[in-house]
Design a protein around this ligand. Structure first.
Ligand code: CA
Length: 233
């Protein structure tokens, strides 16, 4: 999903704070919409089905806690992440907010960096960012199976012990079966994920992978003059 397609609803009655949060969200690439009270928030949430809701606890009329409970009761919104804004020292508020169904909280006054980091983390947890989602996906190519949750690779159900670099490379190849990756691409991708392998050549990793995977190792093909790919034959 493109960041601009991610909609964040900001519920805050103090217009200065609301405007500031909206500004930072938009500057960071999100699509953001504001609401000044609970009723308006629920109306907009129903219409826009946002990916995340930033919800101030102190609102006139229906307070943030009540809004949060309503959100959790709505079949369309019940899994939407809610990030609560609470006042410093309002530990009780924080606890009741979490009990009302909020996923996380930020204490006022907060820095925009902290707020954006929490928002990103909640979206990641909810799988909104496609790349993060893909990171955790179980992959299968023929008899090879890779389960990121367990950091486990099996061939025909038999566990294979891989180094961190070999594992990462196999994951990269398995995500795009049939696609050729050049040595430089593989090196960049593995290096980006793992500092420990910076000085190890791609070929060495592939040799290790093939040997450990046994017969299934033949699925990793050398494409002469180009690089490597995994095939499901
Ligand atoms: Ca407020």
């Amino acid at each position: 999903m493109e960041k601009g397609e991610i909609c964040v609803l900001v519920v805050e009655d103090e217009s200065d704070i609301r405007t500031l949060i909206l500004h930072h969200l938009r500057k960071d690439g999100y699509s953001a919409v504001g609401a000044a009270d609970g009723e308006q928030a629920l109306k907009i949430a129903g219409e826009r089905n946002p990916h995340l809701i930033v919800l101030d606890l102190m609102l006139p009329g229906m307070d943030g806690m009540a809004v949060c409970r309503k959100i959790r009761q709505d079949p369309e919104l019940k899994t939407t992440p809610v990030l609560m804004l609470t006042a410093r020292g309002g530990e009780e508020d924080m606890v009741s907010g979490l009990e009302a169904g909020a996923d996380d909280y930020v204490i006022k006054p907060f820095s925009n960096r902290v707020l954006l980091a929490r928002i990103r983390s909640l979206l990641r947890r909810g799988g909104v960012f496609a790349d993060e989602n893909e990171e955790g996906k179980t992959l299968t190519v023929g008899e090879i199976r890779l389960v990121p949750e367990l950091r486990e690779v099996t061939v025909n159900g038999r566990k294979v012990d891989l180094t961190a670099g070999e594992y990462k490379m196999l994951q990269i190849l398995m995500r795009r079966p049939g696609v050729v990756f050049t040595r430089n691409q593989l090196l960049d991708l593995v290096r980006g994920a793992l500092h420990a392998v910076t000085d190890r050549a791609v070929d060495v990793q592939v040799v290790g992978l093939r040997r450990k995977l046994g017969r299934a190792g033949r699925k990793i093909e050398t494409v002469r003059g180009a690089g490597y790919r995994i095939v499901s034959k």
